[in-house]
Design a binder for this molecule. Structure first.
Ligand code: SF4
Ligand code: FES
Length: 386
């Protein structure tokens, strides 16, 4: 078992002791500000305000601490990370600290000069998200005009600057039929990788689940399309296919297991085991302003709570898959069953599984989906999804 034991008084000891069990990646949510309003955003419903964001120096310190802890990759995300004017200062420090830096961006606020500068400062990789490859549909999903044309431009710049590119394509009811064209778009952009990411229903996506849920037939078809494209594009583009939980029989090991491989820092500096973990009551989230990152990773209450397998109840407790999927997703267990220590309802052994699948089947069968609740600071207005 790979359970991580707490190290008392860790902060008194040399950081190198932590390296053997350090997280691989850190998701740095630099800001929750974003010009787009995608209804499946993984940010929490309560968005952090600009005046509460960490300062440049505080983010730079997070980068140095991450490298000291042994983290390899920094994913600079948001919201939209490029709306921070100090992105260059943060990238520079991260790169100097030896971290592999990945910019996760919607692209619409980037310029070629800025991208070039970021590359010069050490940015290693760009992950460009798209909503669809149909202009009108992309506009409807993001509530942002002419975004697709801008993304094409950004893709071209990334290629010209000889940087590796991943296209991130969240897939749902409104764009699943366009999947072949989305794959073609990624090839045309020169992407080395595509994430065909069926929506995972937390935060805004959970709020909009009935508007986003595809049918089982659509999902099965999309899996066939990905399989065929994978074979055809071997050596050209790598596929990451995130399957939709609701039609699964066994859950995914969410986050690779709680507190095992990744950590997340919010715009205000709260350190989370996963981006949605603030939806789980009873967790204490330490802040980088008060406690060292390494200490939080090893000893923080929120990280310890569901780390390993000792917290499990039946049926996970005695299941042979317990150390393969770690009981699935805690946030989904919380959202659907009311207890984060329950088995993920995506598992066929969960007593909630039948109701879980039924919800997806019922919602995806509705001829007219409900209006989107767009991701806004104050989500008061709903707009028809179709
Ligand atoms: Fe995974 Fe728990 Fe289901 Fe077993 S019972 S397959 S450990 S979620
Ligand atoms: Fe939080 Fe799965 S989204 S554990």
């Amino acid at each position: 078992m790979n359970e991580i034991a707490p190290m008392e008084q860790f902060s008194e000891k040399p950081v190198v002791e932590a390296c053997a069990r350090a997280p691989v990646g850190l998701l740095a949510e630099l800001t929750h500000r974003c010009p787009l309003q995608c209804p499946y955003c993984s940010n929490p419903l309560e968005l952090d305000r600009v005046n509460s964001e960490l300062t440049t120096e505080q983010w730079q310190d997070v980068m140095r601490q991450a490298a000291d802890l042994g983290i390899l990759q920094i994913h600079l995300s948001g919201g939209e990370p490029t709306v921070r004017k100090d992105l260059e200062d943060i990238v520079e420090v991260a790169a100097k600290a030896g971290l592999y830096t990945n910019l996760i961006t919607a692209g619409v606020t980037l310029t070629r000069d800025r991208l070039k500068r970021l590359k010069e400062l050490g940015l290693d990789h760009v992950q460009l998200s798209i909503q669809d490859v149909d202009d009108a549909n992309a506009e409807k999903i993001s509530a942002y005009k002419n975004g697709l044309a801008k993304k094409r431009e950004v893709g071209k710049w990334v290629r010209e600057l000889e940087m590796p590119l991943t296209i991130n394509a969240p897939i749902h009811r409104l764009n699943i039929e366009n999947l072949p064209n989305i794959i073609d778009f990624a090839v045309e952009m020169g992407a080395g990788r595509i994430e065909v990411a069926n929506i995972q229903y937390y935060a805004w996506a959970l709020k909009n689940r009935a508007a986003l849920m595809p049918t089982r037939a659509q999902v099965l078809k999309s899996a066939e399309i990905v399989e065929e494209a994978k074979q055809r594009l071997k050596g050209v583009m790598v596929f990451d296919f995130v399957v939709p939980d609701y039609y699964a029989k066994t859950p995914k090991p969410c986050m690779g297991g709680w507190g095992r491989g990744v950590m997340n820092v919010t715009p205000q500096g709260r350190v989370l085991p996963c981006h949605a973990s603030e939806s789980v009551p009873g967790l204490v989230f330490d802040n980088v302003k008060d406690r060292r990152l390494a200490d939080i990773w090893l000893n923080g209450q929120a990280f310890q709570k569901y780390r390993g397998t000792s917290w499990m109840k039946e049926p996970c407790k005695s299941c042979p898959r317990a150390e393969l999927d770690f009981g699935g997703c805690r946030c989904q267990a919380m959202a659907f069953t009311g207890d984060a220590a329950n088995t993920d309802p995506a598992c066929k052994l969960s007593p909630y599984h039948e109701a879980f699948v039924a919800a997806a089947e019922r919602e995806s069968a509705e001829a007219t989906p409900p209006p989107f609740v767009y991701r806004r600071m104050s989500p008061t207005k709903a707009t028809p999804a179709e």
